[in-house]
Design a protein around this ligand. Structure first.
Ligand SMILES: NC(=O)c1ccc[n+]([C@@H]2O[C@H](COP(=O)([O-])OP(=O)(O)OC[C@H]3O[C@@H](n4cnc5c(N)ncnc54)[C@H](O)[C@@H]3O)[C@@H](O)[C@H]2O)c1
Length: 456
């Protein structure tokens, strides 16, 4: 939506009421136009979308944004690597034809491209590795743009604090913010959560969360060297194989297990989240944990662990027992559970056993990835309160706090974690800039040693 389309678009009732209560005249009309812009698109406007981070999920999210009802257009793309952007653009063009209008001058490659892509859009999709999220989110809010950002929203305490500050700014500017914790848009979770909040299993005594599976892709240095036709710089390599570096992914406890930890946070919140950020978010007071790497130990596995087990203690004395593991052949489960005084619940499975036994049933299947975009675009077009950054930041913090406990072997309090000054990000961003961690002469990276490693 351009400023010119703003002035010619019909006024929203809210914008009209707010401005008409002051005065009628030049100043009031100018305010009205500004207010209208801040409120976003009216139902008929074409909403311009920019994609920052054109990998698997970013391309998926752009596809979903363009599949929402109403007129949308992809107008800009930014990626660190040209081949990723070009591949994504081709796929999106094939799927959406006229809705994808990204000329060469609106394709931005490298570390700084996000700023220019954001400038061109009404809504920005942020889907780079999560280390960059606080920087990109801050900039999008500074520029007054609605945001859909992938989880996790940060990988360290300073990053979480930046996201919360930007989320507060977004509320003041009436910007809508979605976070890719799509279970919040999935009927089985919504219905089961409502029942838990209404007391279906009584007082909740303990919770469990798992992301145990075989793990994810590895991108090798040799493969990148072949693509580049020369040995990559260390920064190029870490960006390419980002999953295995804490400053980029936060470790798999952040990158994946956040989904399950976030579900338990939602249980403990006891009610739907407040999009204004004014209602405090419940969080554990401390945690202890253990973890390490037993099978995923190659040079290409960087510095992250292959298993973590953490016990989080909430202020009411209840515990969340959490496990995440990337080991092939071991017991696998991606799920969340709660046990209460009147029964137990498999939350994602949609079953309650006990006094109020129940099983979730639905006639139609819902794609939660599509639904989360339908919901944020509806909020943008119809000016509904929508800001998922506050709980997204708290759930990210929980996963970071768990990593702090497993890496250090120490008890970690929420305050230790949240106020941590340990900034894991590089000081500068360039292909030849120093990286926060470096391999030894044999190509292996330093691994955290519980009892010795300092993490907060
Ligand atoms: N909600 C979900 O279920 C879900 C699923 C998969 C991934 N994700 C999240 O989506 C994000 C991206 O994951 P992915 O699987 O798409 O990874 P990916 O590697 O496929 O894509 C990441 C892209 O970001 C680009 N990039 C890296 N740094 C950049 C920078 N500074 N500026 C611009 N571009 C940059 C990379 O070149 C790459 O193309 C992660 O945060 C991940 O946790 C969420």
């Amino acid at each position: 939506m351009t400023p010119s389309s703003v002035t010619s678009a019909p006024l929203t009732r809210r914008g009209f009421l707010k401005s008409s209560s002051t005065a009628v005249g030049g100043i009031a009309l100018a305010n009205l136009a500004a207010e209208r812009f801040a409120l976003g698109a009216s139902p008929g406007d074409t909403v311009k979308v920019a994609l920052v981070g054109c990998g698997g999920r970013g391309s998926g999210a752009a596809n979903q944004a363009l599949s929402t009802s109403g007129s949308t257009k992809l107008v800009a793309m930014a990626d660190a690597f040209k081949e990723r952007l070009d591949g994504s653009l081709n796929n999106l063009k094939n799927a959406h034809k006229d809705k994808v209008q990204v000329p060469d001058e609106c394709k931005f490659i490298g570390f700084d491209g996000y700023k220019k892509a954001i400038e061109l859009a009404d809504v920005v999709i942020l889907a780079t590795p999560p280390g960059f999220r606080p920087i990109h989110f801050e900039e999008a809010v500074r520029q007054g743009k609605h945001v859909f950002m992938e989880k996790p929203v940060a990988v360290d305490g300073p990053g979480v604090r930046r996201v919360i500050a930007a989320a507060e700014e977004a509320v003041k500017k009436n910007l809508k913010v979605g976070v890719g914790l799509q279970r919040h848009h999935q009927p089985v979770y919504l219905e089961t959560m409502k029942r838990l909040h209404d007391g279906a299993i009584g007082d909740i005594l303990s919770m469990r969360a798992y992301w145990n599976d075989a793990g994810v892709w590895v991108r090798s240095r040799a493969e990148l060297a072949q693509k580049l036709g020369r040995p990559p710089t260390e920064m190029e390599y870490q960006m390419y194989n980002w999953y295995y570096f804490v400053w980029l992914s936060g470790d798999h406890i952040c990158e994946q297990h956040i989904h399950n930890l976030d579900v338990i946070q939602w249980v403990k919140q006891g009610k739907p989240y407040d999009p204004t950020g004014k209602t405090p978010i419940v969080h554990p007071k401390r945690c202890i944990g253990m973890g390490g790497r037993q099978v995923r130990t190659g040079k290409e596995n960087g510095e992250i662990f292959d298993h973590h087990a953490v016990q989080f203690e909430y202020p009411d004395g209840t515990y969340l027992f959490s496990e995440c593991r990337h080991i092939q052949g071991a017991w696998a489960s991606v799920s969340e559970h709660a046990v209460g005084t009147k029964g137990s619940c498999n939350i994602g499975g949609g079953t309650i056993t006990g006094a109020n036994s129940w099983r979730f049933r639905s006639e139609k299947s819902t794609d939660a990835y599509q639904q989360e975009h339908d919901d944020i675009f509806d909020a943008i077009r119809n000016d509904k309160p929508f800001n998922e950054a506050f709980y997204g930041a708290h759930s990210s913090m929980l996963s970071i706090m768990g990593r702090m406990a497993t890496y250090s072997g120490k008890e970690v309090s929420w305050e230790d974690a949240y106020n941590s000054q340990l900034d894991v990000m590089p000081k500068t961003y360039a292909w030849d800039a120093p990286t926060p961690v470096n391999p030894d002469k044999d190509g292996f990276y330093p691994i955290a040693v519980p009892g010795k490693t300092v993490t907060f």
